[in-house]
Design a protein. Structure first.
Ligand SMILES: [Fe+2]
Length: 383
């Protein structure tokens, strides 16, 4: 067995009704001032927000509430941090989807560093993150990005000179994660599909990653099995609680596997495309996953050697874990069609933009060295 390292995983409190454990946890830690980041309307209008607000004030906590809508931008993070600097914040609580948790993660870090977050972004800034941060609790309300278990916050600037880059440090893994599937029940179908496809992409890309290890392999296979059996059930019945529970757990596993084994070309392309136009991350992953998998498997078959054969076996195992069938390509392409995952042109992309995007796309830990023409073919097939 080769050498490998596993990063810490957050304390996890998982299960229906666990949101009720949040106020006593915060009170017990002796925190007084709490910064809460949520998404737009749906959670804030729910009975859960009412419950939390009442509990926080009953426990004498002072709450500073901010809403983070859309992608996490440098302006959003810097603006919240500016507002909180004099407030002696004790803990940051992020309740929402991946971008909300990324905002919370970035705010908890930037409350302990000077300047703009841009200065500390990988490939953009010139400063190294210190790793210091405020205590951080994450509560996901979608099942997808796995941000609740990762060490990075993705920060986005869309358009000319746009980017999708990470603020990353191993210390940024949240302290505590509460996954209460009751909070995810009202997640709309299109968002359930997009986040679910993101989770599946993360599990598959980390499973076949050249940096995978026995620990991540076990988790990824388990995650694929849970996600595969749950996604179609949720599309037919979004109130299927058993499927919600399994999908939520699979998404959490995908965060652990991606943080420890890395990702592949689909996420490489998602970073580039997501910086060019406003397109949900889960949609990019979902639309490209079938084509990318088909391309990689074809290349591995064409260039036979023991390493490529081992990767092909992993793709076959992943297909069986997902649906019981080892025809992974067919499964993924059927999902794209059956779930009506959008094409890139529906978000305004043009062929010329895809040429540029393919030149900028990194392979990350893809198990075959695709060239720029291969990457363009993948993107173009989903224009
Ligand atoms: Fe992702």
């Amino acid at each position: 067995m080769d050498k490998f390292t596993i990063s810490p995983v957050p304390e996890l409190i998982f299960g229906r009704g666990t949101i009720k454990e949040l106020p006593p946890i915060i009170a017990k830690m002796g925190f007084l001032n709490i910064a809460v980041i949520t998404g737009g309307k749906s959670f804030v209008n729910s009975i859960y927000w009412q419950f939390l607000s009442d509990s926080f004030s009953a426990n004498g906590l002072k709450v500073y509430h901010f809403i983070s809508i859309g992608e996490t931008t440098p302006e959003t993070v810097d603006g919240i941090v500016q507002n909180l600097l004099e407030r002696n914040i004790d803990v940051v609580l992020a309740i929402g989807g991946g971008t909300v948790m990324d905002t919370g993660k970035a705010v908890s870090a930037m409350l302990c560093m000077s300047g703009s977050i841009i200065d500390y972004l990988e490939g953009v800034g010139t400063k190294e993150p210190t790793g210091k941060r405020k205590p951080l609790i994450c509560v996901p309300t979608t099942s997808g990005t796995g941000s609740e278990a990762t060490k990075n916050a993705v920060i986005t600037k869309i358009g000319n000179n746009g980017f999708k880059k990470s603020l990353r440090h191993k210390a940024y893994i949240p302290d505590t994660v509460i996954i209460d599937p009751d909070l995810i029940m009202s997640c709309p179908i299109p968002l359930t599909i997009a986040s679910g496809m993101d989770a599946v992409t993360q599990l598959l890309e980390s499973y076949v990653s050249i940096k995978s290890n026995p620990f991540t392999d076990q988790l990824a296979l388990n995650g694929l099995k849970l996600a595969g059996s749950s996604l179609s059930r949720l599309v037919n019945n979004p109130e299927d609680m058993d499927a919600r529970v399994k999908m939520a757990y699979a998404a959490y596993l995908s965060g652990i596997t991606l943080a420890n084994a890395g990702l592949g070309v689909v996420h490489g392309a998602a970073s580039v495309l997501g910086s060019m136009r406003s397109i949900p991350h889960g949609v990019v992953c979902g639309t490209l996953l079938g084509s990318a998998t088909e391309m990689i498997i074809a290349k591995l078959n064409k260039h036979k050697n023991p390493l490529n054969d081992a990767s092909l076996i992993k793709y076959s195992e992943a297909g069986i874990a997902l649906t019981g069938s080892n025809n992974l390509i067919e499964t993924l392409n059927n999902w794209v069609n059956d779930y009506k995952v959008s094409r890139l042109s529906e978000y305004g992309f043009t062929e010329m933009e895809l040429v540029s995007a393919s030149k900028l796309t990194g392979l990350k830990n893809t198990p075959f060295q695709l060239d720029k023409k291969d990457i363009f073919s993948i993107l173009f097939s989903r224009l």
